[in-house]
Design a protein around this ligand. Sequence first.
Ligand code: ZN
Length: 551
Amino acid sequence: MNRYASATALALALLSAPVRADTAPPAPPTAPAPTTPPKLIVVISVDQFSADLFGEYRTSFTGGLARLQQGGVFPSGYQSHAATETCPGHSTILTGFRPEHTGIIANNWTDLSVARADKQVYCSEDETVPGSTSSNYTVSDKHLLVPTLGERMKAAIPATRVVSVAGKDRAAVMMGGHNVDELWWWNGKAFVSYAGRATPAVVARANAATAAKIAAPQAALEVPEICKPHDHATSVGGGKTVGDGHFERAAGNAAAFRASPAFDGAIIALAAGLVQDMKLGTGPTTDIIDVGASATDYIGHTYGTEGAEMCIQLQQLDATLGSFFNVLDATGVDYEVVLTADHGGNDIPEREVTAGLPDAQRVKVDLAPSLVGKQIMTKLGITTPVLFGDIPNGDIYIARDLAPTQRKAVQDAAVAYYKAAPQVAEVFTAAQLQAAPAPKGPPEKWSMIERARASYKAGRSGDLLVFLKPRVTPIPDPTRGYVATHGSPYDYDRRVPILFWRKGMTGFEHPGGIETVDIMPTLARQISLRLTGPKIDGKCLDLSKAGAVCR
Ligand code: ZN
């Protein structure tokens, strides 16, 4: 019996043709190298799976994450841009474009022209739907400005099937794109899709099984040997501790379910069920399924990245992915997997300071644009709000209804304030970013303005971009809500693993810095898909030992 039974048991329970996690043998290394296009492309994004976590745990994996390491391993993939959030990150994976071209510059941005009071727009919504608000929104692909690989495949060969499943709507939408056969995300209670779409039987089964899982209490999960050194409590203040959680939860606690390994079990089981029921990979052409495994991110935000919780999660994810690949093996379809992440992450400063990172700290609330704006209003004698936006994603907007001289005075005052703040590393104005050359060279060598430029889009991005110093966590108060996050321009948030695997592939590892935008052209080459339209930011990676040669 698999020792990580919690997530995989759920996964297997949902499938129409369950396969035991520990029965299918690994792919034989002597299989002939594939020379034909794969029949199914499986793209997995593990939300917040940093290259740091991959490096920390990679030798402990025995399931799906071990199998993928037999393929093409790029331990230094880059979400190369500065805005290392979920929506921008997912927008790069299958488009070949950086956020400055996908248009997805953040999870949320400020649009001072919209009618809603908070002026916030969410990346995967249609804010023009009457009655919608930033908390009660209609999911949409309209803000994604470029096509995905699935869309390109379908445009070339209409028989192509494109499926996208994720724990978050923005992950499913940004990987799936504008023309999908099935697109499902978790809305906190169930897997749902766009209005008017029929619910396939497998989705109904997944929802019933997941509802039953949430309705039942969950006992503490076993702590694997490798996780025991991580298994101790760290205080974040206010009597709250993290680090020694084992995912026990009360019956009906859907939020705790979402921040647990079982959530990935549900997402991946639904993906496996869709592959089976739709018979993906058995049609006349290559199909594609995108899977957004979101639990790692919720666990990172809730507990940080270096406690027992993340350790248990990654061991369970490894087992769940192993089960998933066994199901795919059982279909007999020649499939290719690529696994990456939308961004990395950073641990809680309270634990980092005890682990050799004395500069780790939390942001001070006085950097909030609304508070800085109030000081500027007083100083300049302006009576209406002058600054909008948020510190976590760094985009700060200046009020539109100011005279040009006032606007310049506000900008100068805000730049001076942030530049003088001890926790701030860099302040860029829109004019500076627009004048900056496009980033070039290896992503690990990019300057801060090159990183910022890669997720800057005039008209959506802020009038100022403010970046905190490394290891300054933009959550001032961890005693309620999340304790840790990502979103910075630093490599703990930018660097992610990129793993390619296909049966018969000769494995290799390359330590060089590549980008997530390289994934799309690499996959396109393998299925001989010609890329038309504007030149993409990514480049084809030579997986020649696997049969894909870039030309
Ligand atoms: Zn994310």
